[in-house]
Design a protein around this ligand. Structure first.
Ligand code: MRU
Length: 369
């Protein structure tokens, strides 16, 4: 993705061998890259949402395992591996809902068993982290191509008309390594000249829509409008939405989707208005071990202070955080909800588009049957 005439990914190793990320807490007002100098910094970055979004959380965890191995004690293979396993558990505890994190850690723990010396193992973990990141990026690019066909079909029904797509949270390139999931078809459509406009849900409490999705769309020149979280249903009732696309943090094998809090309400409104509701994700987001989203997906609950406060830019350009409720008012803050498969028109992943059913998913992933 291009920012200020330079190609960026959301995570990379620089020429000095340091792990670098874009600091997503500073966007949209400041574009700043950070070095994650050690394993504590990696955990802090995931937990405090310096990096966030299912795909990027997974990629960061992949690199985090390499960082952990690099700073592990090297007296013996046993103590080295023991240390890396302990750090893997720390990573797993940083954010519980997105599958991609546990998926990346599991891949790296498998890699840890390869190689006969500590140096070899560290090199293998680094290579595997790069592979996880590259795969994420390639999968998101394919999602863009598959989703583009769906957008073209809608465009063909009324040539020349602008397609209005509603999205929730940020499922763009910042949420992955590159391209994004829900936003990848939108970027692709814009690039080939399909007229498109995006309704961007602000996505309280962390405002990933307002801060990140709007920023990405603006960088890419895609027409968009920011809306308050509760506006979508009204727009749908008045024929101002043609399609909803969101990302996902965890998909169960029967097609239930855990995604940013509020996604479920958008799916209900889309169903009531007979509008297509698509969910886009790379296969690293599918948890084939689960078959019921509502009862089985762990839903992260974050600090109530994220609801009680908001950050933004003041008139003098400085960034400030303000409290928006009475001092004595407590808040609860569930970060994700589950949209049942029955409300989803279809799933879009790197292998194609399928119904949100077990048969549909297994049709694309027969090796998981
Ligand atoms: O809490 P976040 O910002 O990590 O949540 C992100 C989302 O819910 C995205 O929609 C989701 O990760 C899917 S796209 C990666």
């Amino acid at each position: 993705m291009r920012v200020k005439n330079r190609d960026y990914k959301s995570i990379w190793i620089n020429e000095k061998g340091n792990l670098c990320v874009i600091n997503q807490l500073r966007l949209p007002h400041v574009f700043e890259t950070d070095v994650l100098k050690d394993f504590d910094a990696v955990c802090y970055a995931i937990n405090n949402m310096v990096v966030r979004g299912a795909g990027l959380i997974g990629a960061t965890a992949g690199y985090g395992m390499w960082v952990a191995a690099s700073q592990a004690p090297k007296e013996s293979i046993a103590s080295f591996e023991n240390y890396v396993h302990l750090q893997a558990n720390r990573l797993l505890a940083t954010r519980p809902t997105a599958s991609n994190l546990a998926w990346a850690v599991a891949r790296q723990l498998k890699e840890l068993k390869q190689g006969s010396t500590i140096e070899e193992k560290i090199a293998l973990l680094k290579d595997r982290a790069e592979t996880i990141a590259d795969e994420d990026s390639r999968s998101c690019q394919s999602i863009g191509w598959h989703g583009l066909e769906l957008l073209k079909k809608i465009a063909a029904t009324e040539p020349g008309k602008t397609i209005n797509v509603l999205t929730h949270c940020n499922a763009g390139w910042l949420a992955f390594v590159d391209f994004g999931s829900a936003l990848s078809p939108i970027f692709a459509a814009h690039d080939v000249g399909v007229p498109i406009h995006v309704w961007v849900d602000e996505t309280r409490p962390r405002n990933q829509g307002a801060s990140l999705t709007a920023w990405e769309l603006a960088q890419h020149g895609v027409p968009h409008s920011l809306i308050a979280d509760n506006v979508g249903g009204h727009l749908m009732q008045h024929g101002m939405v043609d399609m909803v696309i969101t990302g996902a943090d965890r998909i169960t094998r029967n097609g239930d989707v855990a995604n940013k809090i509020g996604t479920y309400l958008k799916a209900l409104a889309a169903k009531d208005n007979d509008l297509p509701f698509y969910v886009a994700f790379p296969s690293s987001t599918i948890d084939f071990s689960l078959s019921d989203g509502l009862s089985q997906v762990p839903i992260e609950e974050r600090s109530g202070d994220e609801v009680r406060r908001m950050s933004g830019k003041l008139a003098d350009g400085s960034i400030a955080t303000v409290q928006i409720c009475p001092d004595e008012t407590p808040a609860r803050n569930w970060a994700f909800d589950v949209t049942p498969a029955r409300l989803i028109t279809a799933l879009i992943c790197e292998r194609g588009v399928c119904p949100a059913t077990e048969a549909g998913i297994l049709g694309l992933f027969p090796e998981e049957a």
